[in-house]
Design a protein around this ligand. Structure first.
Ligand SMILES: [Zn+2]
Ligand SMILES: [Zn+2]
Ligand SMILES: [Zn+2]
Length: 81
């Protein structure tokens, strides 16, 4: 079970301490930092509208790809790890 980096809560959803006003869990590359989903794609809780997973596993945080270069899901259009 991970915790919000701003308030320590184990829940997902609105967070009074976060700059995005959404709890942000960081250490789990298998889950979305904003909603806890293990999938990739559009996210109802993400400030970007897209699931963003934690860093780790040498995978893109936006799409889970291990390749380098342009990313169809990233707001910056580039894979980020
Ligand atoms: Zn929080
Ligand atoms: Zn999400
Ligand atoms: Zn990507």
């Amino acid at each position: 079970m991970s915790n919000c980096r701003y308030c320590g809560s184990t829940t997902y959803g609105s967070c009074p301490h976060s700059p995005y006003k959404v709890h942000e869990h960081i250490e789990d590359e298998r889950r979305c930092e904003f909603c806890g989903s293990s999938t990739y794609g559009s996210c109802p809780k993400s400030p970007f509208g897209i699931h963003r997973h934690g860093h780790g596993g040498n995978k893109c945080v936006w799409c889970g790809s291990t390749s380098i270069g342009s990313c169809p899901k990233s707001p910056n259009k580039i894979h980020e790890r």
